[in-house]
Structures are given as C-alpha cells and as structure tokens.
Design a protein around this ligand. Structure first.
Ligand SMILES: Cc1ncc(COP(=O)(O)O)c(C=O)c1O
Length: 343
C-alpha cells in the first residue's frame, strides 16, 4: 500500500503472509445461526471460527508466518523464545516443530492448566515466572542470553512483531474471500489483548474494504486499549492498565498495547468497546448453546458485543457483521463453575 505511515504493517505484508501460511493453517469456517440473526435483528451475523484453528486459536497464523519467513531469511536461528499465557506459546511451539527449531516458552504461573498441557504436548521447553509483564520480559531476556545470542536465538513477541501482526491479518483476507467480497459485510468485531490480532485484521480489512468498520472488543477489567483509543489523538503512547487491573476471565486479553499496535489501532480501527465479566459469561453461554462450538473466555468479548442488546447502538448501524471467535482453549473444569452464567 502506498502512502502508509512508516513502520506499520501493510496490506502487501499481510498478503505475503497469506501465501506463507496457506495449506499450513486451517481455513476456518464462518458459521451462521438463524436464531442469532433473529434475536439481534442483524441481516448477517457470521462467526469466524478461529477456535477451530490449529493449536486451538488464531495465534497459529502469526507464528507460522514468522517462523516460515525467519527460517528462510535467518537460517542460523535455532531457538525461538517467547512469553505467553498459552496460546501464542503453543502456536510458536507448533511452528517451531514444523521448521525443526527449538521453542522456549516463559509461562506465567497462573496460566490455565490446559494451555500448559498443550505446550508440553508440543515439546516446548517451559520456564515459569510470576504473572507480571516485568517478570515475563526479564525471564525472556535471560533465556535469550542463555541460548547463544542474537545469531542463534530470537524473541518471537506475542503481538509486538510485524511478522506476527501480518500473520494474524490473514484472518481478514480470509473473511472477505469467504463472505463474497468487500461489499458483503459492514463490520468485523475483533477481541483485543496486546493488539496484534486487531492490528493485522484492520490492516487487511481497511486495505481491501475501507468502508468495512473494524470494532475492537475488550474486557472492562483490562481496558487499556479502549482508554488509549478514546484518550484522543494527542498521544502516541498507549495507556497502562488501571491500578489493580487486569482482573478478567479473558486470560488472553490481559496484555497491554505496545506503541506499534497502538499506532495500527489509532489509524485503522473504528472503535473499541468494553465488556463486563458478566456480559462475557452470558455471551459464552449463548455461543456454546446455539453454535455448538467451544470457546474460551477471551472469545466472549466479541460475542457479547454482537449478541447483547446493550451494545446495539455501538455498532453504528452496521447490519452485516462478522465476529472473530479467537480461541477455544478453555479449562473444561472451570467451564460451568466459573465461566458460564445463567441467563
Ligand atoms: C484466544 C485469544 N484471543 C485474543 C488474544 C489477544 O490477541 P492480541 O494480544 O494479539 O490482541 C489472545 C492473546 O493471547 C488470545 O489467546
């Protein structure tokens, strides 16, 4: 794309990622439900099922793209290091296995058990740390230093990386192709954690379909992106979490925006909408009951915005909407006790 702000991922980057991930990641289905279209009054409500993606979340796209590109451009790299509550770590481990590289993953001690089990199944080398951003980053730096320096080891950040953002953006390309082109939908709703997913998807959507709105959805209890977005155009630095936050069942959405992801969001996203823990639980129940697919709490933010009447005004009149169901790696032991609320 010409005339892009410097440093932002471009549509061409996302299209190149699309070539790299083709045939390796799944082309996930878009489900529909007459019941949901009737209850919401939306003319089209599509559910892009990245919960059915390899490793159980969209994260496979970014990691597969990055590993494919870096294995070619920097063949001496043997070790990839990251910090992740589970989904990006699993995705990176999966992509490392495909490329015969070693995956070392820093895991916060409160990461959900099924995600840790998934990492182990993929033969990732795990190091646990206290669940703070600082501890995660310091432990990563230590592992990188131990693993033989920059020629041999590289950090694969969960979202603050152009190759990861471009890989996640392939969902946007796929949605437009599946729905029948840029004029077939009015909006896409995308969960926001550190902002890699929405940065990539917005790049693809605004590049090919500038009239389609991109709405972010995030837990109220981890609302750094919404507050940064609504703080006005004066600052390029995203805001941090409020004191005591994040405290949300959306364990994939606790990360904070980086200056890079905020730069994409400020210029390519139309709004960011916050969702309470109760609304997430209601939406989780509705989705699983009606669509018959398992989702993790992080996927419930977008579902809440599409399904619950209190958000109708926030959709700016959009009638044909796709929601990205970003992941399905839920702790089944907590499903009915902690995550699903009675309606
Ligand atoms: C299931 C799921 N959804 C959404 C996100 C948020 O993605 P991002 O950090 O790119 O905004 C994550 C991140 O871990 C995730 O695992």
């Amino acid at each position: 794309m010409s005339g892009q702000p410097e440093g932002l991922v471009t549509l061409a980057d996302v299209q190149a990622a699309g070539e790299r991930v083709r045939g390796v990641v799944m082309e996930t289905p878009i489900l529909r439900s007459d019941v949901f279209e009737a209850s919401t009054g939306l003319a089209y409500l599509g559910w892009k099922c990245e919960n059915l993606q390899r490793t159980g979340a969209f994260k496979a796209r970014g990691a597969v793209n990055a590993l494919a590109a870096l294995s070619r451009s920097h063949p001496s790299l043997e070790v990839f290091v990251t910090h992740s509550s589970g989904n990006h770590g699993q995705a990176m481990a999966y992509a490392c296995n495909l490329n015969k590289k070693k995956a070392r993953v820093v895991v916060p001690s409160d990461a959900p058990a099924p995600k840790v089990a998934g990492l182990r199944r993929l033969n990732a080398d795990l190091t646990f740390c206290t669940p703070t951003q600082k501890a995660r980053e310091e432990t990563c730096a230590k592992l990188l230093a131990e693993s033989g320096g920059a020629d041999r080891a590289r950090l694969l950040h969960p979202y603050d990386d152009p190759l990861v953002i471009a890989g996640q953006g392939t969902i946007g390309l796929e949605i437009l192709a599946q729905v029948g082109g840029p004029s077939a939908i009015d909006a896409v709703i995308v969960p926001v954690g550190g902002g890699g997913l929405i940065s990539g998807v917005a790049t693809a959507i605004k590049g090919l379909a500038p009239n389609v709105k991109v709405f972010g959805a995030e837990p109220l209890n981890a609302d750094d992106a919404a507050r940064s977005f609504h703080a006005g155009s004066g600052t390029a630095t995203p805001l941090a979490h409020r004191p005591g936050m994040p405290d949300t069942i959306g364990d994939g959405l606790k990360a904070m925006l980086s200056p890079r992801t905020f730069a994409h969001i400020r210029t390519r996203v139309d709004d960011i909408i916050t969702v309470t823990e109760d609304q997430m639980k209601q939406a989780m129940r509705l989705v699983m009951d009606e669509l018959k697919v398992v989702i993790e709490p992080s996927a419930a933010v977008g579902a809440a915005v599409a399904l619950l009447p209190e958000f109708r005004d926030r959709l700016q009149g959009c009638k044909r909407v796709v929601v990205i169901l970003c992941g399905g790696n839920v702790d089944l032991d907590k499903l009915s006790s902690d995550y699903i609320s009675k309606l």
